[in-house]
Design a protein around this ligand. Structure first.
Ligand SMILES: Cc1cc2nc3c(=O)[nH]c(=O)nc-3n(C[C@H](O)[C@H](O)[C@H](O)COP(=O)(O)OP(=O)(O)OC[C@H]3O[C@@H](n4cnc5c(N)ncnc54)[C@H](O)[C@@H]3O)c2cc1C
Length: 430
């Protein structure tokens, strides 16, 4: 098997890179082992929400110099400000083409409502979730937050109490209530199965649509807007849109505690797009090791193709962080298991010294969360201090930054993916 590009990992980063390459007629394969972070994510995509010193970011362009001064190892600082902004804008266009239904712009962060009723700065959000700009109040006077009876991953009262602490919601009248949906009774008997995915599945199969609308209208009474848990519509937003069209109420959906359906829906659209462009998806397979020839990767071996290596002109590592086994930790080492690429080492964090992996305060940002591989400005990887010409890293396998602390996980994924696609396309054209 021979391809122009083989990508290891089919999450947000791998698929974005694969789509950009397929769109230009390159032959790509994605070797993908399992679920990705996006399957659990909120649906909102952060470019940069905070600086390392804790300051909130409103505009990426204006915040960049401070980021560079405070954290020069951040992949954005290696890729460069103008390239990051260009690729972020390119993703906004791609997202529109893919009909991801995302609102927002690189010009200014907005705030999204978290599953616990906080507000978090973000770059792009699904058009079905409530968002607020900086200090502006939401344009509704009254809202109802409605949960689903027996479903614990969405707590209307907690959400309401926390939202009322936010200046943008403080003047609002917020009511809470629960939808009684008899079609879900069989799930209630096995409470561990009572999750957003199962609720959405059973509603699509069983729902008496009219009864659900009546229940929402009964509980909402005469409010201006209704916040529902994102449990309506498994594969797409279509079911939620139908609910919206069938009532005069303004409905919004909120991400639930993970897994949240909003990210899963995006994942499906990205995968469909890659495949419809002719990309080869090798699902359920795991890249195990690689064979090198000088400063290039020659081929990789996978679990299914252990005796029939896959070769390509370029390879992209998009295998994610610990969450997806893109990084592995043992007692005294954190490493990247496929290529054994060089890992980022800083004054605060050394992957071979476990005493540097955590801080004493449980709730603080933990140094191990910035673990990952070393890249250069083109996102090329290095091994034993040597650059590997045809091997790149994209997304959360890259080290030198903490995506949870800074709010930049999806941004790094798509910006690095489109940067790598550009570099590969230029190289293949030579
Ligand atoms: C609960 C949750 C909420 C989040 N919320 C937000 C948010 O609000 N905003 C935001 O910006 N970001 C958020 N993120 C982070 C964001 O989703 C990730 O940063 C981003 O999706 C990372 O994408 P990735 O493609 O780099 O990695 P991943 O999504 O981890 O994908 C890596 C893929 O590679 C596969 N893989 C690994 N090793 C191999 C191998 N050897 N062979 C084959 N396949 C392999 C894995 O199975 C996986 O499918 C959230 C993440 C989580 C988990």
């Amino acid at each position: 098997m021979n391809f122009d590009v083989v990508i290891i990992g089919g999450g947000l980063a791998g698929l974005t890179c694969g789509i950009a390459l397929q769109q230009q007629g390159k032959r790509c394969a994605i070797v993908n082992n399992g679920q990705a972070a996006i399957d659990f994510a909120t649906g909102s995509m952060d470019l940069l929400s905070r600086l390392p010193n804790g300051e909130n970011v409103v505009n990426f362009d204006r915040a960049f110099d401070a980021l560079k001064a405070q954290m020069p190892t951040h992949p954005y600082c290696l890729i460069g400000k103008s390239q990051v902004i260009e690729k972020a804008k390119e993703f906004e266009v791609l997202a529109q083409k893919l009909k991801l239904g995302l609102l927002g712009s690189v010009e200014q962060n907005h705030h999204r409502v978290t599953p616990l009723g906080g507000l978090r700065a973000t770059w792009l959000s699904p058009n079905s979730v409530p968002t607020v700009m900086a200090n502006k109040a939401l344009s509704y006077n009254s809202i109802a937050i409605l949960g689903i009876e027996g479903y614990h991953d969405f707590q209307p009262q907690l959400l309401a109490d926390n939202l009322l602490q936010q200046p943008q919601f403080a003047q609002m009248s917020i009511r809470t209530g629960y939808l009684r949906i008899p079609e879900l009774d069989f799930l209630r008997q096995q409470s561990r199965e009572f999750r957003s995915v199962h609720i959405a599945q059973s509603l699509e199969q069983n729902i008496v649509f009219k009864a659900l609308i009546q229940e929402i209208e009964l509980e909402a009474k005469d409010v201006d807007a209704v916040f529902l848990p994102a449990c309506f519509g498994l594969d797409s937003q279509e079911f939620f849109n139908r609910l919206q069209d069938s009532t005069s109420l303004q409905l919004f959906e909120l991400p639930t505690l993970p897994p949240s359906l909003l990210g899963g829906r995006q994942h499906k659209l990205l995968r469909q797009r890659f495949e419809s462009l002719g990309g080869t998806m090798m699902n359920g397979d795991r890249a195990l090791r690689a064979e090198f020839e000088g400063d290039r990767v020659k081929q990789i071996f996978t679990q299914i193709h252990e005796n029939e290596p896959i070769s390509a002109t370029h390879f992209v590592l998009a295998s994610g962080s610990f969450f997806s086994n893109g990084l592995v930790s043992e007692f005294d080492d954190i490493y990247e298991p496929v290529f054994h690429a060089d890992m980022v080492k800083t004054e605060q964090f050394d992957p071979t010294n476990r005493f540097t992996w955590t801080t004493k305060r449980f709730a603080s940002a933990q140094p191990y969360q910035s673990a990952g591989v070393v890249i250069n400005e083109h996102c090329q990887l290095q091994k034993c201090g040597q650059k590997i010409e045809n091997l790149y890293a994209v997304g959360s396998v890259i080290g030198g930054y903490n995506a949870i602390e800074l709010g930049c996980g999806s941004g790094v994924a798509v910006v690095s993916a489109l940067t790598v696609a550009d570099h590969i396309l230029a190289n293949l054209a030579q």
